[in-house]
Ligand binder design. Structure first.
Ligand SMILES: Nc1ncnc2c1ncn2[C@@H]1O[C@H](COP(=O)(O)OP(=O)(O)OP(=O)(O)O)[C@@H](O)[C@H]1O
Ligand SMILES: [Mg+2]
Length: 237
């Protein structure tokens, strides 16, 4: 069978959830263009659990934002499930983001005025899979992450680790096939980190593709592969 060597062709969609070719990103600071990503090539196969590691400021979150279509590349391409994200319509992109991708942001991005339960339910307001009982699923997910007794607490009434768990529960609400997690265990004690990783391992076992940024070498044991990024380039691949 032909495989992932067919870069960019439609047949790679069978194998790769993420296909990145020559990805570049620069930020405009006044008159100056500051290059951050210098041509990244990266493929992630369906069902893979990949860790992205590298020093602070190396471009990990920037790369994650490009994968999740939260920001536009300056050059190169990002294909998700075989679709070139630069050429699909806004509707298709919204569907892809809403149904197929679960995000766990580095700073949680919880809405302060909403309870834990409402935060988890939030992505279903704009996008909901018809066959999902969103209200029940939000409760089930908060139970899964050990917060069934904190459903109606607001983010400020939760600890850092609990907020992180709400963010993880929210990332799973639409039953995504791809989870993008930026430091999901950053700032957590080792016991809570193990619990969170247990949740990710379970999702991985069910076939979910996971890309996780981490600083913690302890997390290597949970993943299939580590991608090292330094100064906006991949060191190993
Ligand atoms: N919106 C922006 N405008 C200008 N520069 C930015 C912007 N976002 C990020 N950068 C710069 O891009 C570089 C990479 O940032 P990024 O957040 O991707 O790093 P990171 O690898 O995720 O770091 P950390 O491990 O600390 O989270 C940094 O030097 C940062 O200052
Ligand atoms: Mg970051």
């Amino acid at each position: 069978m032909v495989g992932s060597s067919l870069n960019g062709s439609d047949s790679d969609s069978i194998w790769n959830v993420i296909t990145i070719n020559g990805l570049k990103k620069s930020y405009q600071l006044g008159e100056m263009e500051v290059p951050i990503l210098h041509g990244i090539d990266l493929n992630v196969k369906k069902g893979e659990f990949v860790a992205i590691m590298g020093p602070s400021g190396s471009g990990k979150s920037t790369l994650m934002n490009m994968i999740g279509c939260l920001d536009r590349p300056t050059g190169g391409s990002v294909r998700l499930m075989g679709k070139d994200t630069a050429s699909i319509s806004d509707n298709e992109l919204a569907e892809l983001r809403g149904f197929e991708i679960g995000f766990v942001f580095q700073n949680f991005n919880l809405i302060p005025r909403l309870s834990a339960y409402e935060n988890v339910l939030l992505p279903t307001y704009s996008n909901s899979k018809k066959n999902i009982d969103a209200a029940q699923r939000a409760k089930d997910l908060l139970t899964l992450v050990g917060l069934d007794d904190r459903l109606h607490h607001k983010p400020t009434e939760l600890s850092g680790g609990q907020r992180q768990r709400v963010a993880i529960a929210r990332s799973m609400i639409n039953d995504p096939s791809l989870i993008l997690a930026d430091e999901p265990t950053g700032n957590l004690d080792s016991k809570t980190s193990e619990e969170i990783m247990g949740i990710f391992s379970e999702l991985h076992g069910k076939g979910c593709t996971i890309v996780m940024i981490t600083h913690d070498p302890e997390m290597k044991k949970y993943v299939d592969r580590v991608v090292l990024i330094r100064d906006g380039k991949i060191e190993n691949n």
